[in-house]
Design a protein. Structure first.
Length: 268
């Protein structure tokens, strides 16, 4: 354990991270599939898989549709969770005890690190150091996905952080809902990543973003788009006309994703 690692609860659910898998397969095909040079042995690392390795195994299966030889490493701070996952290991799938200092073996590289529902027990001011530590393990072009979901995975918000030559770029914030809980922008507030969770208050950029999105949503409803998927789609289209970096790719809107890539990166 490093001084940053901390023991936390291990609750997880089948398919909780499925929407994120679908997003990554759509938007990050090259990242998942590339196999030149050091990428040939570049793993997907699922950090903090929880008391069951369900989400790791589900993602391994999904990503291997694109890359059948993809190495997958599930990492947990809790040794018993690693022990109970081990029967699911195979030639390409491993479960290891470890923390933010990833337990990599000689010659292993990393293309994608997922750290979902992990940082709730950490302090917001610890988050930049944790991101930086994890980013050091990535190949250039690799991605760190860190964020939160509700228990079934119906609502998700995550940071997408890209390893670039200068370090780790705060590339985007990703929001997703499957509409099972209806839709209003406020739905996402309680599931923001740890560093933004308590910062939706006047004067904070994340508050301004939610105020803009809420205004766009109200306009969409007033224009007759009341059903959650339509209210979502039209709120994002309206938001994109007033906030730079909001992606309006139809597939994303159809699937309930808002991908926001502010020019210059996501604020701290
Ligand atoms: C709530 S579970 C999340 C499980 C799964 N990722 C999900 O989203 O459903 C969080 C897990 O992260 C583990 N964890 C917390 N801090 C960690 C760290 N620094 N390194 C590795 N695992 C950690 C905990 O032991 C716990 O099992």
């Amino acid at each position: 354990m490093t001084s940053l690692d901390r023991k936390t609860r291990g609750r997880t659910t089948h398919q909780r991270l499925r929407a994120l898998d679908v997003f990554l397969i759509h938007r990050e095909r090259e990242l998942l599939a590339r196999d030149e040079g050091a990428w040939a042995r570049a793993a997907f690392v699922d950090l903090g898989f929880g008391e069951h390795p369900w989400t790791t195994l589900e993602s391994a299966r999904a990503f291997r549709e694109l890359n059948p030889g993809l190495p997958v490493v599930g990492v947990e701070l809790e040794p018993q969770r690693v022990e109970s996952a081990r029967p699911h290991a195979d030639a390409l799938t491993d479960f290891r005890e470890g923390g933010f200092e990833l337990p990599l073996r000689s010659g292993e590289t990393v293309r994608l690190i997922r750290a979902m529902n992990l940082l709730r027990g950490y302090r917001p001011e610890e988050v930049p150091g944790i991101h930086q530590k994890l980013g050091e393990a990535l190949l250039e072009g690799g991605l760190l996905v860190e964020g939160s979901t509700d228990t079934p995975g119906a609502v998700l918000v995550a940071h997408l952080l890209r390893r670039v030559p200068e370090g780790l770029s705060r590339e985007a914030l990703l929001f997703h809902t499957d509409f099972s809980r209806g839709f209003a922008p406020v739905l996402f507030r309680d599931w923001l990543p740890r560093d933004f969770r308590r910062r939706v208050k006047p004067g904070e950029p994340i508050h301004t973003f939610f105020a803009d999105w809420t205004a766009a949503w109200q306009e969409a409803r007033e224009a007759g788009h009341e059903e959650p998927p339509e209210a979502f789609r039209h709120s994002v289209l309206r938001l994109a006309s007033r906030v730079e970096g909001v992606t309006t790719e139809p597939w994303l809107l159809d699937e309930g994703f808002l991908l926001w890539r502010p020019p210059g990166g996501v604020f701290r």
